[in-house]
Ligand binder design. Sequence first.
Ligand code: NIG
Ligand code: FE
Length: 411
Amino acid sequence: MFDIMIKNANLATPQGNMPKSGKAQGEILIQNNVDIGILDGKIAKIAPRGELGTPAQEVINARGRLVTPGLVDSHTHLVFGGFRQNELQMKLAGAQYLEILAAGGGILSTVKATRAASFDELCDKAEGFLNDMIDHGTTTTEVKSGYGLDFETELKQLEVVRKLNIHHDMDLVATFMGAHAVPTKFAGNADGYVNLLINEIIPKMADEGLAEFCDIFCEDSVFNVEQSRRILQAAKKHGFKLKIHADEIVDLGGAKLAAELGATSAEHLIAASDEGLQALAQSDTIAILLPATSFYLGKPYARARDMVNLGIPVAIASDFNPGSSPSFNMQLALTLAYIGYRLHPCEALTAATLNGACAIGLGETKGTIEVGKDADIVVWDCPDLDYLFYRFGNNQVYTVIKNGGVTYEID
Ligand code: NIG
Ligand code: FE
């Protein structure tokens, strides 16, 4: 007896446990009229309609709707105090993202609000976001700290992630990002903060064991390449896997550094040079691209087509944060990836599922609908993949299946 059966699904899924690149990024399995049996939270059987051969306690009749793996949001800054609606008008009036940061706003204003917020406040707020994210089809989320810039607050953020990972249906992967900005206390002395990170904060954070990855904002007037290299080498020594916010606004050489250090992912890459892309193409690093951030900051779209053509595995994520992307809607990110990056819907689906899962170390269990994988599944109120990408702005989820249960149903 299955726990759940999804009946009459129009299945679209990438396949396998490894990141897909080049032509393979767009090769997904599309199979109409299938039934999917779920047992103990895992995908137990996939068969042509009517051929599962075993009954189920609960039957979801997809009636020919599109069924995909749950979306994997591989880059978010989910846990933060306050919001920054005041900055949008400044940006529209011409203020640049890095200028706002240099004036003590931007990330630094969220740092103030996050330090001031209690653990429970941060937890309740993030929990509300997670509820909405699942309702919008995201079933696994990476979360970066980085709004503390001191040990105590960074730890508070990561403890929120741990608590929510235990109590919430969403699966979470934590990233320590103490090098998200230079804290006000160290203004003009970035090296002083880098030394503190290397000598104290990173070793202590490694002992806490709350984060699998370490990320850094390698950017003009934030952390330069040499500082980034030192921090990431220290993090690697202490057992963290590496991520880099690389070449988001200025081409500093972050993509090259990611390749050099064997980082799991290089993220943003809007300004990455040909040389940076060539280095990534020769590495195992996954490019995590964030189309909603390009849209929201009025920046160019990253060169996703070139990346796919060069054989770099591309993932897509929301970059949900209170400044450069106050949206966690992965459906919007998919449509922007289609229109802004010119990724084909099949390539973009792989980017938002399997490649995203691989970029946070979960390719073995997440990102595809295959027997043995976790039953993280979305039934969309759409007839096919093209339709999912064509509509935008409304929530197209029909039902989400997560942890052996149905978390969202519209009728
Ligand atoms: O990925 N670029 C750095 N970090 C975030 C923005 C964080 C913020 O503005 O609060 C990003 O865009
Ligand atoms: Fe980010």
